[in-house]
Design a protein around this ligand. Sequence first.
Ligand code: AGP
Length: 609
Amino acid sequence: MCGIVGYVGKRNAEEVIIDGLSKLEYRGYDSAGIAISQGKDTIAYAKKKGRLSMLEDYLKEEPILGHVGIGHTRWATHGEPSDSNSHPHLNEKETIAVVHNGIIENYMEIKEMLISEGYVFKSETDTEVIVHLIDKFYKGNLIEAVYSAIKKLRGAYALGVIAANHPNELVAVRKESPLIVGLGEDEFFIASDVPAILKYTRNVYYLENGEVVHIIDNTLTIYDEKKNKVNKELKVIDWDIEAASKGGYDHFMLKEIYDQPQAIKETLLRRLDKNRIICLDDIKMTKEQLEDITKVYIVACGTAYNAGLIGKYAIEKLAKVPVEVDIASEFRYSDPFMDEKTLLIVVSQSGETADTLAAMKLAKSRGARVLAITNVVGSSVSREAQDVFYTWAGPEIAVASTKAYTAQLVAFYMIALDFALKRSTITEDRYSELINQIEGLSSLVTQILEKKEDILNIVKDIKDTTSAFYLGRGVDYMTAQEAALKLKEISYIYTEAFAAGELKHGTIALVEEGTPIFCVVTQDDLVEKMISNIKEVKARGAFVIAIAKEGNTEIAKVADDTIYIPKTDNLLMPILSVVPTQLVAYYASLERGNDVDKPRNLAKSVTVE
Ligand code: AGP
């Protein structure tokens, strides 16, 4: 998820574009760039690794004048953050420039074709194939060349394209990735999102899939993928800029909870080949090396550790190899036995957590192989590891991790299935059945998000409590641990997660009249057990809120409140059952007047021991 901005008008394009990009940094902030068409033979451009401020500082020394331009702030997916991997990407003659948000699925085959035709690539990005394709088809008509190029592309792309000696022209394209067009007084804007242009205009067109925008000589025309003109309804935006940077949501956490359907879809993207077999390009471990593995450790911190608990369950259940999960700050000092037959899987959203990095270094020093699941391309964790699985959840700004967690679960399910197939521990039917179910998760999460009102009402009942419990059995107990962490870290309600069967061995003593107890009950073979545990705590006066599969009517007879969620395979239920618990934490924090996105005493990435 990156941010792109484009401008055609009378203002200083550099100023407008940089200002717009600064409002889109929540979409990506590891590198940035700008290109301006000055009516000369070549395009003037600048691109810098790092936050937008690096580019701004450079442009203070080397300003680029002109009234037509495009800009980009990046969230790397292909190719680490660097000056050469930053956008815009230009053709060899530097007469065409492209900025791109999205992922080109078939870029490798296009790249090979272009290289065989003599094209030279300067970056590791998927995006660079686009500008060379436009160059290949360019015969003086920019929009025609763009149309020919996009015919070759598969995947998601929002594009901004300008060309030298096309001084008053900009072409933009939308396919999957979001793109809007802004209309001002004799000026036009394109952007990935509203915040980028709100300072200049509130009149926007929301582009549909396949639509192509042509701005030339002060006129704007929108075409469909068949080059038919499209008449669109102009929308007037009434948000303020602050709200807009959160996509219209009140907080980044709520926005990121609602980003999950897309994050799950993106993390799955391009990892199924045409035979629907999982192919994990960034995992270089061979089948033989995998068969040699005798022990797997999963090591991480906080929410990432909680994802590791589900990872252990999935890998053991599907790939039949023993897995141990540990928190990094303990693991690094526990002198764990590791050798070249050991696989260490580390999980880190930021990729910069100090304890997790130290655990990796320890493992490598003992000959173990390291696989990293991370959300940040080019992060320290991704550089230290031999194998990487990138979650493509996009930037996660709120301290409380939500979409990165569900994307990490998708990562674990895919790794477990990949290992199981390579170790021949799963039947083809079970393999494809689980892949079908994983593909269906995105829309099931959307269904749950429609229940936010029910959850808000439940939270109103418990918001003044000083303590609460989450109970579960099997994978539900693991979900309960993540749920408890979420509620604790942003509502400041003292919350414990417990294996439901363990409660009667002591902790049930803490249950009294009105104690809120959330029970996660999604495992068919454990429902009866959970019902008796619910009766146990109800008998001590607890207020029980159950999270259960649709159709499980028995639960509603024993719980005070029940949040029903759609069904999927038992193994995959954690991706669904965690969503209501994220909303419970969000609304509890809100109802208690806390700073939801920046809770006290916490940091988004803990880079110190
Ligand atoms: C989760 O909401 C917290 N922000 C925290 O527990 C976090 O999961 C932990 O610090 C690990 O961070 P990482 O995934 O970036 O390594």
